[in-house]
Design a protein around this ligand. Structure first.
Ligand code: FAQ
Length: 333
């Protein structure tokens, strides 16, 4: 259904007959399941949509280091500290693969970071919530990485080659991240009463923000129809949210923890759980910059960028000197 259409305005997608010859040939390649590669012709809207999504995704990985980085110096054991350090480093690597994928679309990393720092580009809403206790690090791994993987496994099949290949590698690492979070939750849930209470409290605070990671409900998703027509997105926001809930309910049960949703119940007819929607007013408020940690997160990124200016300047100066040395004797000949 989607493969027949490309958006012309906010309410309608073009049919194949309405497309220019290039658009039509492009859409037919997408429909055949071909990957699109960097130097190939693509509609401007496809390029822009990818820059928006891949750029936001890259920013999420980098900003996503902050809530966990907060606990590296306070991890309860040396082993936990080493594991957390490795995970946070992985997130930096994911950001770099994704910025590189975005750069193949004709935008530089500096431009993307300038858009992030000026608040013109988004990062995932989830990272505007604080990590208050060690159990939150378990909840982030279990729920936040769990939600991220649910989305990213599908994105391995996305139509843009560099994004798809970045996703394959990222997914391998994310599954380790999810397991380390669940391992923390198992330890806490099987621990003292105080530890169990911390684990439950972390689940209570991270449940709905994790559901929000999948984006607004399908009826309010402005980009889904076009992004699915171009196979940039493979599933709708609600489809992935449902899969995440169905996957997570038995995991919570195994931990002996209660998902904070009295309406949560198995629905035999649909073969999935019924569950309460997150508070969408809160979601849009967080997107508008009013979440508990928006200012702190963006402030930390801007400070890191400014503090690192001397390193970038030094590298550029060194590269210029090296280039001058290389070209010097040649020019003299
Ligand atoms: N947060 O029309 P839709 C991770 C915006 S990776 C903020 O449905 P779309 C790893 C959306 O941009 C997590 N903004 O949009 C990790 C749009 O606004 P715009 C990141 C959101 O793009 C773990 C507007 O709402 N993953 O966590 C959010 O079709 C642990 C309308 O929405 C990705 O980025 C949100 N949650 O679908 C790291 C995956 N949801 O741009 C460290 C790739 C929606 O028009 C520790 N992205 N918006 O101003 C996607 O799959 C899609 O972009 C969606 C949104 C599904 C996020």
């Amino acid at each position: 259904m989607y493969a027949q259409m490309v958006k012309t305005d906010s309410s309608r997608l073009k049919t194949l007959d309405e497309m220019s010859p290039e658009e039509r040939a492009f859409q037919e390649r997408i429909d055949r399941g071909e990957k699109i590669e960097p130097k190939e012709w693509m509609p401007e809207g496809y390029r822009k949509t990818l820059i928006r999504q891949v750029g936001q995704h890259a920013h999420s990985e980098i900003v996503g280091q902050l809530p966990e980085g907060n606990w590296i110096t306070r991890a309860p054991t040396l082993e936990r500290k080493a594991i957390l350090l490795a995970k946070v480093q992985d997130e930096a690597g994911h950001g770099l693969y994704l910025y590189s994928a975005a750069e193949t679309l004709g935008v530089s990393r500096d431009e993307l970071l300038a858009l992030l720092h000026s608040g013109k580009m988004k990062y995932s809403s989830i990272f505007n919530y604080p990590t208050l206790t060690w159990a939150d690090i378990g909840a982030v791994g279990w729920l936040v990485d769990g939600a991220a993987i649910m989305n990213q496994v599908q994105l391995q099949k996305t139509s843009y080659g560099p994004y798809s290949r970045a996703m394959v590698r990222i997914c391998k690492e994310e599954s380790f991240h999810q397991r380390q979070g669940y391992d923390i939750m198992m330890k806490m849930a099987a621990g003292s009463d105080a530890q169990r209470a911390m684990a439950q409290d972390a689940l209570n605070r991270f449940w709905y923000p994790s559901l929000m990671m999948f984006g607004p409900s399908d009826k309010d998703s402005v980009h889904s129809a076009q992004s699915m027509a171009w196979k940039i997105k493979i599933n709708t926001n609600d489809e992935l949210r449902q899969k995440f809930v169905d996957q997570t309910v038995p995991q919570a049960k195994y931990l002996g923890l209660t998902i904070p949703d009295p309406a949560l119940a198995w629905n035999e007819d649909k073969g999935g759980h019924d569950f309460s929607e997150p508070d969408w007013t809160e979601f849009f408020d967080v997107l508008a910059g009013n979440g508990p940690c928006n200012k702190e997160r963006l402030g930390a990124r801007v400070k890191a960028w400014n503090d690192g200016a001397w390193v970038r300047d030094g590298l550029v100066a060194h590269a210029e000197k090296a280039a001058a040395r290389r070209s010097g004797p040649v020019a003299a000949e």
